[in-house]
Design a protein. Structure first.
Length: 273
Protein backbone atom coordinates (compact mmCIF):
# COMPACT_ATOMS: atom_id res chain seq x y z
CA UNK A 1 0.00 0.00 0.00
CA UNK A 2 1.34 3.44 -0.95
CA UNK A 3 0.88 6.46 1.25
CA UNK A 4 -1.94 8.56 -0.20
CA UNK A 5 -0.09 11.85 -0.61
CA UNK A 6 2.85 10.12 -2.33
CA UNK A 7 0.85 7.77 -4.50
CA UNK A 8 1.07 9.43 -7.89
CA UNK A 9 4.04 11.76 -7.62
CA UNK A 10 6.83 11.18 -5.11
CA UNK A 11 7.08 14.92 -4.45
CA UNK A 12 3.56 16.09 -5.28
CA UNK A 13 2.99 19.70 -4.30
CA UNK A 14 -0.19 18.68 -2.47
CA UNK A 15 2.03 17.06 0.11
CA UNK A 16 2.79 20.42 1.71
CA UNK A 17 -0.46 20.04 3.66
CA UNK A 18 0.05 16.36 4.43
CA UNK A 19 0.62 15.77 8.14
CA UNK A 20 1.21 12.19 9.17
CA UNK A 21 0.00 11.47 12.68
CA UNK A 22 0.80 8.03 14.07
CA UNK A 23 1.57 6.47 17.42
CA UNK A 24 4.56 4.15 17.87
CA UNK A 25 2.91 2.03 20.58
CA UNK A 26 -0.22 1.51 18.52
CA UNK A 27 1.75 0.66 15.40
CA UNK A 28 4.40 -1.64 16.90
CA UNK A 29 4.06 -2.46 20.62
CA UNK A 30 7.28 -2.54 22.60
CA UNK A 31 7.04 -6.32 23.04
CA UNK A 32 6.04 -7.03 19.44
CA UNK A 33 7.29 -10.29 17.92
CA UNK A 34 7.28 -11.09 14.22
CA UNK A 35 4.98 -14.12 13.67
CA UNK A 36 6.86 -17.38 13.28
CA UNK A 37 5.00 -18.19 10.06
CA UNK A 38 6.33 -14.94 8.57
CA UNK A 39 9.93 -15.60 9.66
CA UNK A 40 9.76 -19.13 8.28
CA UNK A 41 9.07 -17.73 4.81
CA UNK A 42 11.97 -15.26 4.83
CA UNK A 43 15.46 -16.24 3.72
CA UNK A 44 18.22 -15.85 6.30
CA UNK A 45 20.32 -13.64 4.05
CA UNK A 46 17.45 -11.15 3.78
CA UNK A 47 17.06 -11.09 7.55
CA UNK A 48 20.81 -10.65 8.03
CA UNK A 49 21.01 -7.85 5.49
CA UNK A 50 18.04 -6.10 7.10
CA UNK A 51 19.80 -6.30 10.47
CA UNK A 52 22.90 -4.68 8.96
CA UNK A 53 20.75 -1.92 7.53
CA UNK A 54 18.94 -1.38 10.84
CA UNK A 55 22.24 -1.28 12.74
CA UNK A 56 22.85 1.98 10.89
CA UNK A 57 19.33 3.40 10.44
CA UNK A 58 18.30 3.06 14.09
CA UNK A 59 21.12 5.25 15.32
CA UNK A 60 21.18 7.76 12.48
CA UNK A 61 17.50 8.50 13.17
CA UNK A 62 18.39 9.03 16.83
CA UNK A 63 21.11 11.47 15.77
CA UNK A 64 18.35 13.97 14.93
CA UNK A 65 18.41 15.03 18.61
CA UNK A 66 22.06 16.05 18.27
CA UNK A 67 21.30 18.14 15.19
CA UNK A 68 18.24 19.68 16.88
CA UNK A 69 20.31 20.75 19.88
CA UNK A 70 22.97 22.18 17.60
CA UNK A 71 20.40 24.21 15.66
CA UNK A 72 18.89 25.55 18.88
CA UNK A 73 22.37 26.71 19.90
CA UNK A 74 22.31 28.86 16.76
CA UNK A 75 18.73 30.04 17.01
CA UNK A 76 19.79 33.69 16.89
CA UNK A 77 20.90 33.00 13.28
CA UNK A 78 17.70 31.21 12.27
CA UNK A 79 14.26 32.40 11.23
CA UNK A 80 11.15 32.00 13.36
CA UNK A 81 9.31 29.83 10.84
CA UNK A 82 12.27 27.45 10.55
CA UNK A 83 12.63 27.22 14.33
CA UNK A 84 8.87 26.62 14.67
CA UNK A 85 9.13 23.63 12.33
CA UNK A 86 11.98 21.93 14.20
CA UNK A 87 10.02 20.44 17.17
CA UNK A 88 7.58 18.70 14.82
CA UNK A 89 10.47 17.42 12.71
CA UNK A 90 12.33 16.14 15.79
CA UNK A 91 9.18 14.46 17.09
CA UNK A 92 8.87 12.50 13.85
CA UNK A 93 12.54 11.51 13.86
CA UNK A 94 12.30 10.37 17.47
CA UNK A 95 9.31 8.21 16.52
CA UNK A 96 11.42 6.69 13.75
CA UNK A 97 14.16 5.96 16.28
CA UNK A 98 11.77 4.25 18.68
CA UNK A 99 9.95 2.26 15.99
CA UNK A 100 13.18 1.09 14.35
CA UNK A 101 14.60 0.05 17.72
CA UNK A 102 11.63 -2.31 18.07
CA UNK A 103 12.08 -3.68 14.57
CA UNK A 104 15.79 -4.17 15.21
CA UNK A 105 15.14 -6.02 18.48
CA UNK A 106 12.68 -8.36 16.76
CA UNK A 107 15.17 -9.30 14.09
CA UNK A 108 18.53 -9.22 15.85
CA UNK A 109 17.67 -10.12 19.46
CA UNK A 110 19.66 -7.09 20.64
CA UNK A 111 17.94 -5.61 23.69
CA UNK A 112 17.17 -1.95 24.23
CA UNK A 113 19.81 -1.54 26.96
CA UNK A 114 22.51 -2.64 24.53
CA UNK A 115 21.16 -0.22 21.91
CA UNK A 116 21.26 2.59 24.47
CA UNK A 117 24.90 1.78 25.23
CA UNK A 118 25.73 1.74 21.53
CA UNK A 119 24.04 5.08 21.03
CA UNK A 120 25.78 6.71 23.99
CA UNK A 121 29.16 5.71 22.57
CA UNK A 122 28.60 7.73 19.42
CA UNK A 123 30.70 10.86 19.02
CA UNK A 124 29.20 13.34 16.51
CA UNK A 125 31.60 15.62 14.67
CA UNK A 126 30.39 18.67 12.75
CA UNK A 127 33.79 19.74 11.48
CA UNK A 128 33.78 17.52 8.34
CA UNK A 129 30.45 19.02 7.20
CA UNK A 130 31.01 22.59 8.38
CA UNK A 131 30.60 23.97 4.85
CA UNK A 132 26.89 23.03 4.82
CA UNK A 133 26.28 24.75 8.17
CA UNK A 134 27.25 28.28 7.19
CA UNK A 135 23.82 29.83 7.52
CA UNK A 136 20.12 28.99 7.34
CA UNK A 137 20.20 28.81 3.55
CA UNK A 138 22.88 26.10 3.47
CA UNK A 139 21.37 24.23 6.43
CA UNK A 140 17.86 24.13 4.99
CA UNK A 141 19.17 23.27 1.51
CA UNK A 142 21.05 20.32 3.00
CA UNK A 143 17.96 19.19 4.91
CA UNK A 144 15.92 19.34 1.69
CA UNK A 145 18.52 17.15 -0.02
CA UNK A 146 18.78 14.79 2.95
CA UNK A 147 15.05 14.29 3.49
CA UNK A 148 14.23 13.67 -0.16
CA UNK A 149 17.11 11.21 -0.38
CA UNK A 150 15.80 9.45 2.72
CA UNK A 151 12.31 9.27 1.26
CA UNK A 152 13.59 7.44 -1.81
CA UNK A 153 15.87 5.26 0.31
CA UNK A 154 12.99 4.18 2.54
CA UNK A 155 10.76 3.56 -0.48
CA UNK A 156 13.30 1.04 -1.68
CA UNK A 157 13.69 -0.43 1.81
CA UNK A 158 9.91 -0.75 2.14
CA UNK A 159 9.76 -3.20 -0.75
CA UNK A 160 13.10 -4.87 -0.21
CA UNK A 161 13.00 -5.36 3.56
CA UNK A 162 9.91 -4.18 5.43
CA UNK A 163 7.13 -5.76 3.36
CA UNK A 164 8.50 -9.34 3.44
CA UNK A 165 8.28 -9.29 7.25
CA UNK A 166 4.55 -8.75 7.49
CA UNK A 167 1.92 -6.05 7.85
CA UNK A 168 3.27 -4.41 11.02
CA UNK A 169 6.77 -3.84 9.66
CA UNK A 170 5.30 -2.84 6.32
CA UNK A 171 3.28 -0.12 8.04
CA UNK A 172 6.42 1.08 9.84
CA UNK A 173 8.14 1.43 6.48
CA UNK A 174 5.17 3.27 5.00
CA UNK A 175 5.23 5.84 7.79
CA UNK A 176 8.97 6.37 7.33
CA UNK A 177 8.40 7.11 3.64
CA UNK A 178 5.55 9.50 4.30
CA UNK A 179 7.30 11.37 7.11
CA UNK A 180 10.50 11.92 5.12
CA UNK A 181 8.48 13.14 2.16
CA UNK A 182 6.57 15.53 4.40
CA UNK A 183 9.81 16.84 5.92
CA UNK A 184 11.18 17.45 2.44
CA UNK A 185 8.11 19.44 1.48
CA UNK A 186 8.12 21.58 4.64
CA UNK A 187 11.83 22.37 4.41
CA UNK A 188 11.44 23.19 0.72
CA UNK A 189 8.70 25.65 1.67
CA UNK A 190 11.09 27.32 4.13
CA UNK A 191 13.68 27.57 1.37
CA UNK A 192 11.19 29.21 -0.98
CA UNK A 193 9.70 31.54 1.62
CA UNK A 194 12.90 32.75 3.26
CA UNK A 195 15.55 32.45 0.58
CA UNK A 196 13.91 32.99 -2.80
CA UNK A 197 16.63 35.53 -3.64
CA UNK A 198 19.30 32.82 -3.29
CA UNK A 199 17.69 29.93 -5.14
CA UNK A 200 19.94 30.46 -8.16
CA UNK A 201 22.86 29.50 -5.92
CA UNK A 202 21.45 26.00 -5.46
CA UNK A 203 22.98 24.26 -8.52
CA UNK A 204 26.51 25.20 -7.41
CA UNK A 205 25.73 24.49 -3.76
CA UNK A 206 24.36 21.02 -4.53
CA UNK A 207 27.31 20.29 -6.79
CA UNK A 208 29.61 20.99 -3.83
CA UNK A 209 27.34 19.03 -1.50
CA UNK A 210 27.46 15.92 -3.69
CA UNK A 211 31.22 16.22 -3.95
CA UNK A 212 31.44 16.47 -0.16
CA UNK A 213 29.14 13.50 0.41
CA UNK A 214 31.15 11.30 -1.94
CA UNK A 215 34.42 12.35 -0.34
CA UNK A 216 33.37 11.71 3.26
CA UNK A 217 33.66 7.94 3.19
CA UNK A 218 32.16 7.93 6.67
CA UNK A 219 29.06 9.16 8.46
CA UNK A 220 29.92 11.46 11.36
CA UNK A 221 26.75 10.87 13.42
CA UNK A 222 25.33 14.33 12.73
CA UNK A 223 22.06 13.18 11.07
CA UNK A 224 22.94 15.21 7.97
CA UNK A 225 24.52 13.31 5.06
CA UNK A 226 23.94 9.95 6.70
CA UNK A 227 23.59 8.48 3.20
CA UNK A 228 27.40 8.45 3.10
CA UNK A 229 27.16 5.12 4.95
CA UNK A 230 24.71 3.69 2.40
CA UNK A 231 26.14 4.84 -0.93
CA UNK A 232 27.15 1.32 -1.97
CA UNK A 233 23.45 0.38 -2.05
CA UNK A 234 22.35 2.98 -4.60
CA UNK A 235 22.99 3.78 -8.27
CA UNK A 236 26.06 5.96 -8.72
CA UNK A 237 23.81 8.78 -9.96
CA UNK A 238 21.44 8.69 -6.95
CA UNK A 239 22.42 12.05 -5.47
CA UNK A 240 22.49 13.79 -8.84
CA UNK A 241 18.91 12.70 -9.53
CA UNK A 242 17.79 13.83 -6.07
CA UNK A 243 19.26 17.25 -6.81
CA UNK A 244 17.62 17.37 -10.23
CA UNK A 245 14.25 16.61 -8.65
CA UNK A 246 14.71 19.43 -6.14
CA UNK A 247 15.77 21.89 -8.83
CA UNK A 248 12.82 20.85 -11.00
CA UNK A 249 10.47 21.61 -8.11
CA UNK A 250 11.94 25.11 -8.06
CA UNK A 251 11.79 25.52 -11.86
CA UNK A 252 15.58 25.54 -12.05
CA UNK A 253 15.94 22.30 -14.02
CA UNK A 254 14.05 19.77 -16.10
CA UNK A 255 12.51 16.85 -14.27
CA UNK A 256 14.32 13.51 -14.64
CA UNK A 257 12.56 10.81 -16.64
CA UNK A 258 10.22 8.45 -14.81
CA UNK A 259 12.54 5.58 -15.73
CA UNK A 260 15.45 7.24 -13.97
CA UNK A 261 13.32 8.11 -10.94
CA UNK A 262 12.06 4.54 -10.62
CA UNK A 263 15.60 3.19 -10.84
CA UNK A 264 16.44 4.91 -7.55
CA UNK A 265 14.27 2.46 -5.64
CA UNK A 266 15.01 -0.74 -7.55
CA UNK A 267 16.18 -3.50 -5.23
CA UNK A 268 19.41 -5.38 -5.75
CA UNK A 269 19.59 -7.06 -2.33
CA UNK A 270 23.04 -5.60 -1.74
CA UNK A 271 24.68 -6.55 1.53
CA UNK A 272 27.31 -4.65 3.42
CA UNK A 273 30.56 -4.75 1.38
Amino acid sequence: MEIACLKHNPINSNQKNCLNNWDVDELIPIDYQIPTKVLDNVENNLKNDFCILLSRDVYSEGDAKFLYNYLLSRQQDLSNNFLALLPRWLGDEQKHYQALRRVYRCLSGLDFAAMDENFQRRSPSLEPIACVLQDEFTIVSTLVFDELGSMFSYRRDLREYYQPFGKVLSRVGQHLVQDEGSHFRHFLNILQQNHSHRLKELPDFFHSLIKLEKSLGYYYHTFLLDHAQEMHRFPSYFSEVIVQLILAELNLSDRPSNTIIKSLTQSSFCSNP
